[in-house]
Design a protein around this ligand. Structure first.
Ligand code: GAP
Length: 513
């Protein structure tokens, strides 16, 4: 099945099974805004818990914070967002559709990559075991031609973006003959800048309301609380502040479902370090964060780092963790070495001294910062994309199963009486009443057992138990594993011990230590 079709199926599965709904669905939705349903909210909370605990429980020198969405407007002047948090936009005059010029060009680079991958896949099929990919890449004329086009475009694009040369961005679109996907024409307007922050007002207009912004990142809440936390927590450098919260961006190109949203959630951690040690910490955090992703067991081959060649003026290193989505490798997390830019800017704009007195060297300095910044929704999407599988079963049936890591699954255990009578529901309820304090259980007595298993597979429940007539005699239930579909008899008294470790976030955290 084409990857595009797989992605469409994942999107409709999300809606059908209560993971993600379009916002204000009964009013036909609101662009790039989504609501999480009964299963989605559980999965999302588990992802957040995994991140939070990996930061705050596993590191004695990282503490949490929950800062407000609304902040003093000068924060965004100091951070550079008022002047520079812009996207370059372009309109197609025929379709009247608006696009991000940089995204159109990135997609074009992606098309060259796709052509190369297709050539390689074809050759691999033709040559089988004997296929030498490295040699093929360095000798095949079509691969070489597309590689050359891709790198030339990449270089030209990076330069234009670095200089924010809007005329050059338009010229690239024209030279590459990029057409509007809707109208198919190349009738483009000029490229212009558009600020991504949402504005609103505090106070009534009569009283002289002032404009404030919905935060476009959670990080600034951490920077402006650096002194508060460092002093009240008596934190010694190096130390980190972690935060999970909503962020808002007026994204123009809202595509790929929850990949790019206007209201989304971030999990950010700012790690304050001694100047001069930041690149060492940057490398360490890259490895730590990659280990966090890979502990989910989705396969190392599905992740890669994308090191930034062109850096923002305040950064001295930056890298993205990319995950293989059905629409290609995409950024899920950014790791940035932000120097002392943010703290220095806030010191300048607020007039406060924002420094650290280092007792080891008897000196004060402005700490440098390593930031790890991951989108909850993007992480959610990557988990779902990897988990969604259509499996052919013996006998010709197909089952849709979400092979979610058990620790992230919304429901850990489905409890099912074989029939709705003869004391089986009562026994099932008794087991549920015992286990519900330890992990998320769902009681289900409707339809045949086969249908109930399929329903649980579709929402990723790792374990089901069936209570049958024998249970009343021998105190055992049938435990079914979602992935292997194997069943075994297990005493009720052993269920908690058998399952608790497998389904808890602790099982993931232990892999990190
Ligand atoms: N404080 C740094 C910062 O915000 P970013 O690269 O703009 O950096 C970090 O964002 C992460 O937030 C991204 O890697 C992505 O996972 C997530 N993110 C950013 N914009 C998003 C959007 N419009 N919708 C969903 N997630 C987004």
């Amino acid at each position: 099945m084409a990857q595009e079709d797989v992605f469409k199926k994942i999107v409709s599965h999300c809606k059908e099974y209560g993971f993600v709904f379009p916002s204000s669905d009964i009013y036909d939705g609101l662009g790039a805004v989504y609501d999480y349903g009964q299963n989605g909210v559980e999965l999302k909370n588990n992802i957040k818990q995994y991140w939070w605990q990996s930061m705050v429980l596993l590191h004695e020198n990282i503490v949490g914070l929950d800062s407000a969405v609304f902040m003093h407007p000068t924060v965004w002047k100091a951070s550079g967002h008022v002047d520079a948090f812009n996207d370059p936009l372009i309109d197609n005059r025929d379709s009247k559709k608006r696009y991000r010029a940089d995204v159109l060009i990135e997609d074009q680079i992606g098309k060259y990559e796709e052509k190369i991958e297709k050539e390689i896949a074809k050759a691999r099929k033709r040559f089988g075991e004997a296929f030498d990919e490295a040699q093929f890449r360095s000798t095949n004329p079509r691969v070489l031609e597309n590689e050359a086009k891709k790198s030339a475009l990449h270089e030209r694009f990076a330069k234009a973006m670095g200089e924010m040369n809007l005329d050059e961005l338009k010229q690239i679109i024209l030279d590459e003959e990029i057409a509007c996907p809707i109208s198919g024409t190349r009738n483009w307007t000029d490229v212009r800048q558009f600020n991504l922050m949402f504005k609103t007002e505090v106070g009534s207009t009569a009283d002289g309301a002032s404009t404030i912004y919905l935060r476009p990142e959670t990080a600034q809440g951490i920077f402006v609380n650096y002194l508060n936390v460092q002093k009240t927590g008596r934190m010694k450098i190096p130390f980190g502040i972690a935060q999970i919260g909503k962020a808002f961006r007026n994204e123009i190109v809202a595509r790929q479902f929850i990949f790019r949203m206007r209201e989304f959630e971030q999990m950010e951690m700012q790690y304050f370090v001694k100047p001069g040690t930041e690149l060492q910490w940057f490398e360490q955090w890259k490895q730590t964060r990659m280990a966090w992703h890979q502990a989910l067991g989705f396969g190392a081959e599905n992740y890669r780092f994308h090191d930034h060649e062109k850096l923002a003026h305040y950064a001295n290193a930056a890298s993205d963790v990319e995950f293989r989505m059905p629409f290609g490798f995409k950024e899920v997390e950014g790791i940035h070495s932000r120097t002392d830019f943010d703290l220095s800017q806030h010191a300048k704009f607020s007039g406060r001294k924002i420094e650290y007195f280092d007792p080891d060297i008897n000196e004060s300095y402005t700490p440098y910062v390593i930031e790890t910044s991951i989108g909850v929704d993007r992480m959610f999407l990557s988990v779902l994309c990897h988990a969604y599988q259509e499996e052919k079963l013996e006998g010709g049936d197909t089952r849709v199963v979400l092979k979610l890591p058990a620790a992230l699954a919304p429901t850990k255990l489905a409890i099912m009486p074989l029939v709705k009578k003869e004391g089986l529901p009562e026994k099932a309820r008794e087991i549920m009443d015992e286990l519900k304090f330890h992990f998320n259980c769902k009681y289900d007595e409707k339809d045949s057992i086969g249908k109930r298993y399929r329903r649980q597979d579709a929402v990723g429940t790792p374990f089901c138990i069936t209570i049958d007539h024998e249970t009343l005699n021998d105190g055992c239930v049938t435990l079914r594993d979602r992935d292997t579909m194997q069943q075994e008899r297990v005493p009720v008294s052993e269920l908690r011990a058998r399952l608790e470790d497998k389904v808890s976030i602790t099982s993931l955290l232990k892999k990190l230590c």
